[in-house]
Ligand binder design. Structure first.
Ligand SMILES: [Zn+2]
Length: 428
């Protein structure tokens, strides 16, 4: 694709009524993205034709501009069709294949640009591979479509979400400092900087401003980088969306003070200690979140900035752990399910090793992993039903006993935080 020359390039844009209703950005975002892509890839052309179907879904190819484009392809007037995602053309595998056949017949290249997948030409290899990838796309495209639109909003210096962050007011997605509440934000940071615990800050705010802000909310406010003007979206930092309320120094000082306090609180509700690892190699840190007086225990990768709930880890780990600990004498059926579970876990582990060893690419890895983990989940459900004895034992244990159990048996666990799947369990 890079440095190619085409006589006529067609951009195909489509947005459904539903997508339109959510925001007006999509068509505009698609066109910009494609033009940027042509430029980045240094693709040369004489003519650029834009085909845009607004308010049409991917379910049918009966769309005016799509039909016009197909007609032009059949008349050998187009050399390259470019779309942001294949689902812009169609979501139906059959329709896609038909379209590719027409393109192939008339020597028209088709390219779709996505975050991960790049399809260069409508050649046979791709057409045959398409069915196996459809399910993956379906999952990813919804996520990415929304993502693209939000990136576009950020690029315009606007705040992409619906709510208004505390300390600000918002007009047409543009943020301004709110005179009253920004004073409270300033006060919260200055209190934290001097080492006050969250409860005390909450009381002080009540006295000074006659406003009740719960201590966990104060914790959340203190964690927001946007108060010094930095807003991260899609891995990119934007400094023109949030007007700063505090300085970066103040933010960092408040963080340092808070961290010190956080580590001082010893927590027995975490069952793992440095045993959980991310696929990137980092050891996961413990993270405690409080919501409506309920506590949630997470493990967080400082590199990938992703986290997993402890309950989710336990749920996945428990069958292996109980099998390993040879906890109870088991029924035949249960033994079978556990063997099957072990088999799937081993396959996932081998897949993961093939992936880090470079034998398979990321696409195959993600696709196969999602299939295997779905199988394993369904086995897990069966095990859960059958073996309530072993599991309930775990659930009546004290937190300390659970910690002991992990300490005794678990050497380390590798978790793919992107897909929320345990990919490797090493027992002691
Ligand atoms: Zn990581």
């Amino acid at each position: 694709m890079k440095n190619e020359y085409y006589s006529t390039v067609a951009l195909y844009l489509r947005v459904s009524t539903r997508e339109q209703a959510i925001n007006g950005y999509s068509i505009h975002a698609q066109e910009n993205k494609l033009k940027r892509y042509l430029k980045d890839q240094k693709i040369k052309y004489d003519d650029l034709i834009i085909f845009a179907d607004e308010g049409f879904s991917a379910g049918s190819t009966n769309r005016p501009d799509f039909l016009r484009m197909e007609e032009a392809i059949k008349n050998d007037q187009i050399d390259l069709v470019l779309a942001t995602k294949l689902d812009r053309i169609s979501r139906e595998p059959v329709d896609l294949e038909l379209f590719f056949r027409v393109c192939q017949l008339h020597h028209t290249d088709v390219a779709a640009i996505t975050g991960e997948i790049k399809i260069d030409t409508a050649n046979g290899r791709f057409v045959t591979g398409i069915l196996s990838l459809i399910s993956k796309w379906e999952r990813e495209t919804t996520k990415e479509r929304t993502f693209d639109t939000l990136v576009e909003i950020c690029e315009d210096g606007l705040f992409p979400y619906g709510y208004t962050p505390y300390g600000y007011k918002k007009t047409n997605k543009k943020l301004f400092i709110d005179e009253t509440t920004s004073q409270i934000v300033k006060e919260i940071f200055s209190c934290a900087e001097s080492g006050n615990p969250l409860e005390l800050i909450s009381k002080k705010i009540k006295i000074l401003y006659d406003t009740r802000i719960r201590s966990d909310r104060i914790g959340t406010i203190l964690s927001k980088e946007y108060y010094y003007g930095k807003f991260v979206y899609g891995g990119k930092s934007y400094y023109n969306i949030f007007p700063a309320i505090i300085s970066k120094d103040t933010f960092c000082n408040a963080q340092a003070v808070r961290k010190k306090r956080y580590h001082a609180i010893q927590n027995k509700n975490f069952y793992f200690c440095n045993q959980l690892r991310c696929t990137c190699g980092s050891i996961l840190c413990r993270r405690l979140t409080k919501k409506k007086n309920k506590r949630y225990y997470y493990y967080y990768c400082p590199e990938c900035k992703k986290r997993i709930n402890q309950d989710r880890v336990i749920e996945e780990l428990l069958p292996d752990l109980l099998r390993h600990a040879d906890h109870k004498s088991l029924s035949k059926e249960l033994k079978y399910y556990r063997r099957k579970h072990k088999y799937l876990s081993d396959r996932i582990e081998r897949l993961y090793e093939d992936y880090i060893g470079g034998q398979i690419d990321g696409q195959v890895y993600a696709f196969t992993l999602s299939k295997l983990s779905a199988d394993r989940d369904s086995i897990l459900k069966k095990i859960n039903l059958k073996c309530s004895i072993g599991f309930s034992d775990f659930y009546v244990m004290t937190n300390e006993a659970r910690y002991e159990l992990m300490e005794t048996y678990v050497s380390h666990v590798v978790i793919d935080l992107k897909l929320m799947v345990i990919v490797k369990i090493a027992m002691k």
